[in-house]
Ligand binder design. Structure first.
Ligand code: T5A
Length: 218
């Protein structure tokens, strides 16, 4: 697999982590800060970052039928191919900053470590098709699985299909993320998201600012 060359003017930043680790909260905060400083930012997510992707998201997260892990993997990949072609690459080509709530590291962690799919099959599907830009920066919001679920419980939403998986599944996912970050320290920054929200946001903000050229309208 070759990553598609990231258009040089844009910046692609992905946020990863287990359920309830605080990704969405951090993205909202960072996007607000960047926009106030005059930058062009798009916030997007997987699955479901496009209108067609929303159908796939519904199938993946709301279906009550058991789903074969390979079917699940393929659906996440299809969602990503549409997302990359319709949202991520066009925005990067226009010089924007793309903040994505999850990207291909989610598949490697959830379908790879969580579902234990064979790595050859995984790589073939996740990266084989090409046309995916490599993130310039990946923030891994890391906290214990119990902390993430406690936060989700206090938020009060019902659990989706993935969140209903056993704690052991989510622990494998967390361990896989940490291992990926250890192996690729240039791209990953691990943020301890078990701390108070104000500390986490400050850390995330500083990490993102370090990647970007000094504040100016882009
Ligand atoms: N998936 C996805 C795969 O299996 N393979 C793939 O390839 C891809 C792309 C997506 C699901 O799909 C799976 C992974 C997921 O299971 P989703 O609905 O998009 O599901 O859900 P998540 O991405 O998991 O997002 P969540 O909303 O569940 O969690 P977040 O975004 O990490 O957490 P957030 O920011 O909403 O925070 C949760 C609560 O905690 C509070 C917030 O205020 C909020 O109430 N909070 C804190 N409280 C105290 N201290 C802090 N530091 C806090 N940070 C946040």
């Amino acid at each position: 697999m070759a990553w598609v060359k990231t258009p040089s003017r844009g910046r692609f930043i992905t946020f990863e982590g287990i359920e309830g680790c605080g990704k969405s909260t951090c993205i909202r905060h960072v996007a607000g800060r960047l926009r106030r400083s005059g930058r062009r930012v798009v916030v997007t997510r997987e699955p479901g970052g496009t209108p067609d992707g929303l159908f796939i998201r519904k199938l993946l997260l709301e279906s009550s039928d058991a789903m074969d892990p390979r079917t699940e993997l393929v659906l996440y990949c299809v969602d990503r191919w549409i997302h990359s072609a319709r949202v991520i690459l066009p925005r990067l080509r226009r010089g924007g900053i793309v903040l994505s709530d999850r990207y291909y590291d989610s598949t490697m962690a959830y379908q790879g470590a969580g579902r234990k799919l064979p790595s050859s099959f995984l790589r073939e599907w996740v990266l084989g098709v090409g046309n995916l830009p490599r993130p310039d920066l990946t923030l891994l919001l890391d906290c214990p699985v119990e902390t993430g679920f406690r936060r989700l419980r206090s938020r009060g939403f019902s659990r989706d299909r993935m969140e209903r998986e056993a704690l052991s599944f989510h622990r494998r996912v967390r361990a896989a993320y940490l291992e990926r970050a250890r192996r690729d320290p240039e791209r990953f920054r691990v943020i301890d998201s078990s701390r108070s929200l104000s500390k986490v946001l400050l850390d995330v903000e500083g990490t993102v600012e370090n990647l970007l050229p000094s504040s100016r309208r882009r």
